[in-house]
Design a protein around this ligand. Structure first.
Ligand code: PLP
Length: 385
């Protein structure tokens, strides 16, 4: 199976690095390699370029450069947000509220915090995967320190009412962290417009190299560091700065934001047409998870009654389409998705799903071919001839 002959339909797990971004990375890695913390002319140049990249990333988000903490991706940003807030607040504000459909980076950090004595409340979602706001309001109290709710879900693409969450957090005197890892480049993500005090991004989802990311942390939001050592990133993230990755991240942010409103409506139309084609062929044997909610344009989470999603994914891979199985962020996991379980799917229905996530290069004929292959493979896996 030649890898390059595959149609890549797993962008929610990782997007290709844009050639112009890779060029920036290469230039910085080979020319500006001095440590920005050192004291000589080449280090001063590296420091200047680091500051410039920070200002550019901040410019895209509409925030102050001092509010940008560069990290190694979404997981680290989420961990710094949760642990950083919960370990900096006093005992009077010890509680954390998260949604039941957060990424494992948030869920498992919350579990650790719970084990350390912080009460954690999980907010349920509707059958369509949208946060239950009345339930959220009931979980809030005078001891709530932080809310963490994602902008859009990585498995279903379902968009969450984050501005409403921000208002509830503000009224409760708590902070709001928004995991915008999937949303950035597809939805408006300016933290101040969303009402977020903290916001996580991962470069690998929008054309920057893997292992790049940032956490926006509002000037008013005090954080305890997680990685300690040197004074980098305002003391919040020790370690020599990854200047090539940071410069590439800033460039990818600018490019993704510049094209956002132009490129994704077409992808959404291609995705919708694929789902309609599948529905026509499979009727009730198909369930599009989160279909009635607002979703990110390229993601389609599909349950096929009576088969295993993994078997379908393998068949599609052999026929030239690389699709995801639920979330790619839980390697080796055999249990069906916690996201689909929170939406009320049975174990069997959750295990019968694949996640298709298109990038901007997808074409209508490719998506139609994928739909037709899904139908043919489904029939054969069910022994329907
Ligand atoms: C919503 C969300 N948050 C966090 C992460 C973790 O990001 P990273 O893999 O960059 O650590 C992911 C990765 O898929 C994600 O989709």
């Amino acid at each position: 199976m030649a890898q390059h002959s595959q149609v890549y339909c797993d962008h929610a797990a990782g997007s290709p690095c844009r050639p112009e971004v890779a060029q920036v990375w290469h230039e910085y890695a080979t020319r500006f390699y001095a440590n920005p913390g050192a004291h000589h002319p080449m280090a001063y140049e590296a420091r200047r370029l680091l500051d410039e990249s920070r200002a550019r990333a901040a410019g895209v988000l509409g925030v102050d450069p001092r509010e940008v903490v560069f990290t190694a991706g979404g997981t680290e940003s989420d961990g710094l947000a949760l642990r950083g807030v919960m370990k900096s607040v006093g005992p009077g504000r010890s509680e954390l509220v998260i949604s039941a459909i957060e990424h494992h980076a948030v869920l498992l950090e919350a579990e650790r915090l719970r084990a350390e004595g912080h009460p954690v409340h999980l907010c349920p979602v509707s059958a369509d995967g949208v946060l239950d706001l009345p339930a959220l309001k009931k979980l809030v109290g005078p001891r709530t320190a932080l809310f963490s709710v994602m902008h859009a879900n990585n498995e279903t693409g379902v968009i969450q009412p984050v501005q409403e969450v921000a208002a509830i957090a503000r009224a409760a005197g708590a902070r709001f962290h928004c995991d915008a890892v999937q949303a950035f480049g597809k939805l408006p993500c300016k933290p101040r417009e969303l009402g977020a005090d903290l916001l996580s991004l991962a470069g690998a989802k929008f054309g920057a190299p893997k292992g790049t990311g940032l956490l926006f942390n509002a000037m008013t939001s005090r954080l305890a560091p997680v990685v300690v050592g040197g004074p980098q990133e305002g003391g919040l993230r020790a370690g020599t700065e990854n200047l090539p990755g940071i410069a590439a991240l800033a460039r990818a942010m600018e490019l993704a934001e510049a094209e956002r409103t132009q490129v994704w409506p077409r992808v959404q139309a291609v995705r919708d047409a694929m789902e309609a084609r599948l529905r026509r062929a499979l009727g009730d044997s198909l369930r599009v998870n989160g279909a009635d909610a607002a979703r990110l344009p390229g993601i389609s989470n599909l349950s096929f009654t009576g088969i295993e999603g993994q078997a379908l994914g393998i068949e599609l891979g052999e026929r030239g389409f690389s699709v995801g199985l639920g979330s790619a962020c839980a390697p080796g996991e055999t249990d069906p998705s916690h996201v689909l379980a929170a939406m009320g799917l049975s174990w069997e229905d959750a295990a019968s799903c694949i996640r298709v996530s298109f990038g901007t290069e997808i074409t209508q004929p490719q998506a139609e071919r994928l739909a037709d292959l899904c139908v043919a493979c489904y029939r054969s896996l069910r022994g329907l001839g």
